[in-house]
Design a protein around this ligand. Structure first.
Ligand code: HSE
Length: 439
């Protein structure tokens, strides 16, 4: 057997602990599958003593991750520190520059610095593998980078954040508010103490930026992702969506259009009968539309110790087998500049919920504003007499929910129509607008 992989593992949190446990439990099988032993030589962590699910005492402890990245005793640096810059970035750069292969789960780092890190890896003829960075245990990087290479991909999309999917699933099942479920999820440790990255859509946007680059052969462009989180979704929206045959999911979507690539993250209405609508709880899914293969969908766990350790291990086995590919599937120099399609040009159907004063002419005015923008309405329902809402006693001033579904239109037209409806003074709240994804 050839020389083994000698790993330096930086960061021993959830992912790192899972990896150490997996490597210990599967030592012989992995060596047989990879053709060489895979051995942890040293670890780096913020604290040596911390209680964790894996025992780090058998390994040499190196406090400084950058020193570990260039340690002569290792040939693979596993970066599980996280964060778009700081120690993670310096350590990955140092490892690549000194000819070490790198495996990372760090979506933020790659979404922001993917092209330059890929170029550095290729220059030094080493791997920069990141299967665990996108949808955790779902092997989607490998699928796009290898299995679907024969295809022109027109769209890649998915549910890429388990926390959001868990919250939306519970909101639907239990009819409770976003704030209430988030608080409970935090208390139970499912959601981070600072959940902004998850619920604000940024974690999804990082993963989407990587999928876009893999699918379209373009340079990563995180700053071009249009991002909306799930904070504004109410039980009323979920109920109305359900009645209309839809479910609300936070999707990341990258779509090739005539004017460029749309990258967008937002709450999305998906028809209930579709596979993606059935992806519940903390599960993730990724779908790819290819010209020859058709539609491919992968479903699984996007986070957690086991799924991410599984993904990191597959990256290690590739390196052990000498299977080294350009990080984004296309050589870094050949990655095309990202051409952004403007969000106002986005085309699709829309769900609109308006809290409308229940008075003569309100409906007609709303329909008129839609018609002014050439928007055709597929359905319109007044859902609830406003007298049930607190604070409104006079029937004629009570708001009612009016829910509209539009036919295909543009984002620019919808925004203009909603601005005019607000100006007309028939609504007592900012209109809710949720995009419908064509599936
Ligand atoms: N926090 C993410 C999630 C996993 O909830 O899916 C790591 O990206």
């Amino acid at each position: 057997m050839m020389d083994g992989l000698k790993l330096g593992v930086a960061g021993v949190g959830t992912v790192g602990s899972g990896l150490l446990r997996l490597l210990a439990a599967r030592k012989e099988e992995l060596a047989a599958r990879a053709g060489r032993p895979i051995e942890v030589v040293a670890v780096s962590a913020r604290s040596r003593q911390k209680n964790r699910d894996a025992d780090i005492s058998p390994f040499r402890f190196v406090q400084d991750p950058i020193a570990l990245a260039t340690d002569p005793a290792i040939n693979v640096f596993v970066e599980l520190i996280g964060g778009e810059g700081g120690a993670a970035k310096r350590a990955v750069e140092a490892a690549l520059a000194s000819g070490k292969h790198v495996v990372t789960a760090n979506k933020a780092l790659l979404a922001h610095h993917g092209p330059s890190l890929a170029a550095l890896a290729e220059k030094n003829r080493v791997a920069l593998n990141f299967e665990a960075a996108v949808a955790g245990g779902i092997p989607v990087v490998k699928v796009i980078r290898e299995s679907l290479q024969g295809n022109a991909i027109s769209r890649v999309y998915g549910i890429l954040n388990g926390t959001c999917n868990y919250i939306l699933t519970l909101m639907e099942k239990e009819g409770r508010s976003f704030a209430e479920i988030l608080k409970e999820a935090q208390a139970q440790g499912y959601a981070e103490a600072d959940p902004t990255f998850d619920i604000g859509g940024f974690d999804t946007a990082h993963k989407l930026a990587l999928l876009t680059s893999l699918a379209f052969g373009t340079r990563t462009s995180f700053e071009s992702v249009y991002v909306e989180g799930i904070e504004s979704i109410t039980p009323a929206d979920i109920e109305a969506a359900g009645d209309l045959g839809y479910r609300i999911k936070l999707l990341g979507v990258a779509l090739r259009t005539e004017s460029g690539i749309e990258q967008r993250v937002h709450p999305t209405m998906v028809p209930k009968h579709t596979a993606i609508a059935e992806v519940d709880g903390v599960s993730n899914c990724v779908a790819v539309d290819g010209d020859f293969v058709g539609d491919v969908m992968l479903i699984g766990l996007g986070a957690g110790s086991g799924p991410t350790a599984s993904a990191v291990t597959s990256d290690l086995i590739d390196i052990a087998r000498g299977h080294i590919l350009p990080p984004f599937g296309t050589n870094a120099k050949a990655l095309k500049p990202y051409k952004r399609a403007q969000m106002r040009a986005h085309e699709g159907g829309y769900y609109i919920r308006l809290s409308v004063y229940d008075r003569t002419g309100a409906f007609a005015a709303i329909a008129g504003r839609m018609a002014d923008q050439g928007i055709s309405i597929e359905s319109i329902v007044q859902r609830r007499p406003g007298a049930e809402l607190p604070g409104f006693n006079r029937r004629e001033e009570s708001p009612a929910f009016v829910v509209l579904i539009t036919h295909q239109t543009t984002e620019a037209a919808i925004r203009k129509a909603l601005a005019a409806i607000e100006r007309d003074g028939h609504v007592d709240q900012k209109p809710q607008m949720i995009r419908i994804e064509k599936l």
